[in-house]
Design a protein around this ligand. Structure first.
Ligand code: IMP
Length: 436
């Protein structure tokens, strides 16, 4: 069916998020007719500069900043209408209109005004075992979806009596969860009706639109949010987000078949970070952690929280390569390691059950586990801004080659700075082939 089409690729996080997907997606976008988000919500976030203007996007793909590129939000995404409108308004202030270029799945679920409050409450109830969520109401919205009482975009635009019943049922489920709560369903109903009317021009059958584009030979980029180790099934459960951030989410979250995905690009940092709670086996503390955090500006784009920092973990990236079938990695922030006397790579974990080289399901195995490290010499001359692999300092080349060996996947793209131009696309790599 798609044998003759251009290559559609999925771009997704290979670690715990914040790998710099925004820059990679932004730089690849001119090669695609459309960018489609398949999961998550406004818990994601990236900042993009266009002609000196700053745009902070959480929900709308950054493809919107490129003329003529269609941006689609799939059924796998949960939408906070207010957050969506705020982004649309910010774009309008910057001279960008979304009309005609933004499509939102009629099957996407809505984050209701009180989901955020439930998110905060559920974290408080978990106490010591809290997840460290972004408090955006993402989890509770997905809970309602799986609980089969969620409200979808199409419900806002259909029969009002049916919608009133759904809102009433949803609000009473919420009231049962919160002691002595008597939230009135009617103001919620009025609010979501208004939300629906404002969204109406953008609502579409996203699966149908994508199939039409692909059948016309147009290339689509499938954009993931969060990352594989935050995936509800394959991540460090329960310290995960509530959606499938790994490649399976592309099909379920957009209504496209597996064969529509021509390539999978994983984005991985040259070291590792995570925000929120949960295991991070290579986590550093003290001066080295501060050094990575400050040079890498490792503060959450959505919440401003300082990110936990550690060495590159090849167990994690190897696992991501397996789960997602990564064809290539875009290695980001190599320049952040410039000037370090040595760089370490984790290749396994020493646990109470012996040394393991595959990421475990049971996180208890990681308690007290020690990373097994390979030590490599650092480099003193900067990689910042370098655009050809051969021009990297010899030790940086050696480091990247070793990451490829131990992670089992080629680093087709190497990012050496935040600017679009500060990028190496390796000659003869999968990415070069996709884009040609
Ligand atoms: P939630 O997605 O807000 O429910 O948060 C669940 C977990 O995912 C928490 O550890 C968050 O810090 C993490 N998380 C959610 N979105 C992002 C992201 O865009 N980058 C990194 N971590 C994220």
């Amino acid at each position: 069916m798609y044998g003759w089409m251009k290559t559609n690729i999925a771009v997704l996080g290979a670690q715990w998020g914040d790998e710099g997907k925004g820059k990679i997606v932004d730089m690849l976008t001119p090669h695609f007719s459309a960018v489609a988000r398949y999961q998550g919500g406004h818990n994601a976030g990236h900042t993009v500069y266009v002609n000196g203007k700053k745009f902070v996007l959480h929900l709308i793909p950054s493809g919107i900043l490129h003329d003529g590129v269609m941006c689609l939000i799939g059924n796998g995404v949960v939408i906070d209408p207010q957050a969506l409108f705020t982004e649309v308004e910010e774009l309008a202030r910057g001279g960008i209109t979304v009309d005609g270029r933004l499509k939102i799945s009629e099957k996407a679920h809505i984050i209701l005004p009180y989901h955020r409050e439930l998110d905060v409450l559920s974290e408080a109830r978990r106490g010591e075992r809290k997840i460290g969520t972004t408090s955006r109401g993402i989890g509770p919205a997905y809970e309602d979806k799986i609980g089969r009482r969620g409200i979808r975009v199409c419900d806002l635009l259909g029969d009002r009596t049916a919608l009133a019943d759904e809102v009433r049922e949803n609000v009473s489920a919420r009231n049962r969860m919160i002691k002595d709560s008597t939230l009135d369903w009617k103001p919620v109903f009025d609010q979501v009706v208004a939300f629906g009317e404002r969204m109406r021009p953008w609502v579409a059958d996203v699966s149908l639109s994508l199939h039409a584009m692909m059948a016309a030979g147009k290339a689509v980029m499938f954009e993931g949010a969060q990352a594989t180790l935050l995936d509800i099934d394959h991540g460090t459960y329960p310290f995960v987000t509530s959606s499938n951030a790994s490649v399976g989410g592309v099909c379920t979250g957009l209504g496209v078949p597996p064969r529509a995905i021509g390539g999978v690009l994983g984005v991985a940092k040259a070291y590792t970070t995570r925000v929120g709670e949960g295991p991070l086996p290579t986590e550093l503390s003290g001066a080295l952690a501060d050094r990575l955090r400050e040079s890498g500006q490792e503060y959450g784009a959505s919440t401003g929280r300082p990110r936990r920092c550690g060495w590159y973990d090849a167990v994690v990236v190897r696992y991501s390569a397996r789960v997602n079938g990564l064809d290539a990695v875009a290695l980001t922030k190599l320049d952040v390691l410039d000037g370090l006397p040595e760089v370490l790579i984790c290749t396994g974990y020493q646990t109470s059950a012996g040394t393991i080289a595959d990421f475990p399901a049971d996180l208890r195995l990681l308690t007290g586990a020690e990373p097994v490290y390979e030590r490599m010499p650092g480099w003193s001359s900067p990689t910042k801004g370098i655009t050809e692999f051969d021009r990297l300092p010899a030790e940086a080349q050696q480091y990247v080659r070793r990451l490829e060996d131990v992670s089992g996947v080629d680093c087709s793209i190497i990012s050496t700075g935040s600017d679009r131009r500060e990028t190496i696309v390796k000659k003869g790599s999968a990415v070069e082939r996709w884009l040609s």
